[in-house]
Design a protein around this ligand. Sequence first.
Ligand SMILES: [Zn+2]
Ligand SMILES: [Zn+2]
Length: 455
Amino acid sequence: MGLKTVVSWTVVLEGVVKWEGLENGRKVFDEMPERNEVAWTVMIVGYVENGMTREAFELLREMIFGCGFVLNDVSLCSILSACSRSGDLSLGRWVHGYAVKEIGWDVGVMVGTGLVDMYAKCGRIGAASVVFGNMPRRNVVAWNAMISGLAMHGKGKDVVDMFDSMIEEGVKPDALTFLALLSACSHSGMVDLGWKYFNELESIHGINPEMEHYACMVDLLGRAGRLEDAEALIESMPFAPNEVVMGSLLGSCYTHGKVKLGEKIMRELVQMDPLNTEYHVLLSNMYALSGKDDKANSLRKVLKKRGIKKVPGTSSMYVGGQLHQFIAGDKSHPQTAGIYRMLDDMIRRLRLGGYVPSTSSQVLFGCSTRDDCSEALEEVEQVLFTHSEKLALAFGLINTPSGSTIHIFKNLRICQDCHSAMKIASYIYNREIVVRDRYRFHSFKQGSCSCSDYW
Ligand SMILES: [Zn+2]
Ligand SMILES: [Zn+2]
C-alpha cells in the first residue's frame, strides 16, 4: 500500500466517499501516508454535503493552520458549491472571508461566481447581488448564476432587467440563461414576455430550444390556464416530449380542473414512466374534486395494490452550526417534546389567525369514501400538522432569537397547506420565514409570500 502515489490514493478516497459513505472515506483519509489538496477538499466537501459543518471546519483548520495548505480556486469553488447544495451559509461566509484575505478584493470570475451562487442558494439574494455588482469581470457563467438566483427568488422583473444589462454589456446569453429567464417568467406569471423570449431563442440568439426550454414554456402556459396552447406547443416539438413536460401539463390540468385532458395525458404518462405513481395520485385527486368518486376509487385500488412510492419529504435547518432534519411526523429529535408543545400552540394561534387546514388534497391518503372522510378528517388534520416544514418551523421558533429570520430547506415542493400556514405564522410571530423548496424560494413576511401564491 505504501507504494501507492498520492494521486491514486486520492482517486480511491473519492470513490469510497461517493459509494461507501463518509465514515469509510474518513478511514481511508486517515490512513493516507501523504495528502494533497484534492484529498483534503474531497473530505471537507463530504462533510459539508452531509450537514456536518463542525467537522468541516475542524478539517479546514487542520489543513490550513496545521499543514500549511492554501486553498486554490478549484478547492474554494468545490467547497462553495457544496455549501450551495446543503444550504450551509456559515461555511460559505467563511470561504468568502478567506478568499478576500488570500486573493484580495477581486477574487476572480470563478470564485466570484461561486460566491454569487452560494449566497443566492442559501437565501441571501441581497448578498449575491452585492458580490455580483462588485465583480470587475463577468462572463456568461457569472451572469447565469445571478439571473438563476433572482429567478429562484421569484424576482421576475429584476431577472428581465438583468438580462437587458447583460446584452448591453455585450455578453452572449446561452441555453442556461434562457432557462432561468423562462422559469422566472413562469414563476411571475409573465406569459407574453415568456413567449417573446422563447421565440427569440433561435431567431435572434441562435440557440436551439432543448427539452428543458419546452418544459418551462409548457409550465408557463399551463399555470396561466392556456392548456390548449401548451398542448399545441408539445405537438410542435421537434422531438418526443419526456415525462417532465407531460407531468407539468398534467399538473396544470389538475389546477384548472381539466379532467378530460388529464385522463388523456395520464394514459401517455403511464406508458412513459410506468413505475411512477405520482400521476395516479394527481388524477385520482382530480376525479375526487370533480365528484367522480367511482373513478377515483378504482384508481386508488390500483395504487393500493402497487403500493404508493413516494420520496419522503424532509425539511432541515441550521442552528448553532448544526443541521437539524425533520420528516413528517418525526419524533427522533432530542427536543421532540418541546417541538410538539410549540407545534400545538402554533396550530392554535394559526387557527385564530384564520388558518383553515386544507384537507381536500389529502383525500386520497385519508379515506376511500365521503362518509369515511368526515370521520377521518381529524386524523388527516393531524397528519397535516406534523408535516416536516411545520416541525422545522416550530423548532426554529424555539431555537432562534425572536425577530430573526428563519431559514428552512425542503427537498420537495412545499405543499399548499404549509404554504398558507407559513404566511399566517410570519404575521403572528413577526418573523420572516424563508423556505427553499426543490424549485424556488418562498419568503414569507407579514402574512404574505414573495411568490404572490403563483407557484
Ligand atoms: Zn405541508
Ligand atoms: Zn410562496
